[in-house]
Design a protein around this ligand. Sequence first.
Ligand code: PMP
Length: 406
Amino acid sequence: MTSPLSPAAFDLTGTLSRRAQSMTASAIREILKVTQQPDVISFAGGLPAPELFPLDEVRAASQRVLDVYGPAALQYSTTEGHPPLREWIGAQAGIPARNVQIVTGSQQGLDLLGKVLIDEGDVVLVEAPTYLGALQSFQPYLPRYVQVPTDDGGIDVDALEEVLKTTRAKLLYAVPNFQNPTGRTLSAERRRRLVELTAQHGVLLIEDDPYGQLRFTGAAAPSLYSLGLELHGDADRNHVIYSSSFSKTLVPGLRDAWVQAAAPIIAKLIQAKQGADLHTPTFNQMIIAELVDSVLPRQIERVRQAYGERARLMLDRIHADFPAGVQSTTPEGGMFLWLTLPEGVDTQALLPRAVERKVAYVPGSPFFALGGGENTMRLSYSNATPEQITRGVRALGDTLRDALAG
Ligand code: PMP
């Protein structure tokens, strides 16, 4: 006899919120599972090079933090973040510390920004392609995505102007330096226009910049945030929100990052973060604060140098080993490059054939909010040895040659 309260009658899936139902597994994480066989050379993950992590310096800083702060290093602390760290970040950006919110990875910053800014149906403008993790963070807040075309100079600002004539958008999300996934950089000329256009149309601009410090060639362009400051003359009126992280310059595992924004937005981020995790781990923030002056500058130099060498080698090998008709971006920094194959080649379908040849990449189409890019792929060079790059690119070249031969 079954009771009317039989557990079998309880529809657990049906209890999920619309928000939860809108979430999907990261296409990349699913793909990475396939590629994580030990003998496969993976250009798929976007991992920093672990052999460059400043292990001894982090060990020494941890000890110093415990010696100097004692139990306070292990106590709850303020939601806004460790004051010396906020001060340091504010000083770098030329803004007051109160315009800086420490977050647990910039991924949390994106989630909190989605929470405080996006109402269901709000139009969110994104680059095509864009950072998949941002789409994942914003998706539960049920935006309507509109894609803005990009080329080798980043966002096509003429196309954006056309979009803004007919679309009332809430915000634009962009990765202007060495973008994930393409490795492209927004040109200096377009930056000012992008900041002015969004300001004129009342569109918030989120500048996600975890890679900006990792330039290995060419000249740096001003941040969108600094151009916004110039335009408005005051950090509390800036419509540009800036996000960056210590993940790519120091270590990702401490999960320390920050958001710079005007006071009304920071105030809401604090409230949203209280509901999420109260604060970013006290101890981790103190360790990072110990490292920013003494270790960070030379660490950035080391990482730049290593990624520059790896990128150059990968590009050389691509030019030598790939069949005609494959185009690559030429990154000036960061961890990624982007390949475009002739129309009709499906990189998702091709992946098992590449894995058979012991090389892996990420197919490009998950990076498009509204689909497309079936003939594209992302390669990461940051976490591969020269030997792996040489062998992996050759294997990928063979895979592509087979595919193009039909
Ligand atoms: N934004 C972009 C563009 C990224 O590539 C990443 C890392 N893959 C993040 C944000 C998240 O970085 P973190 O949470 O480690 O700071």
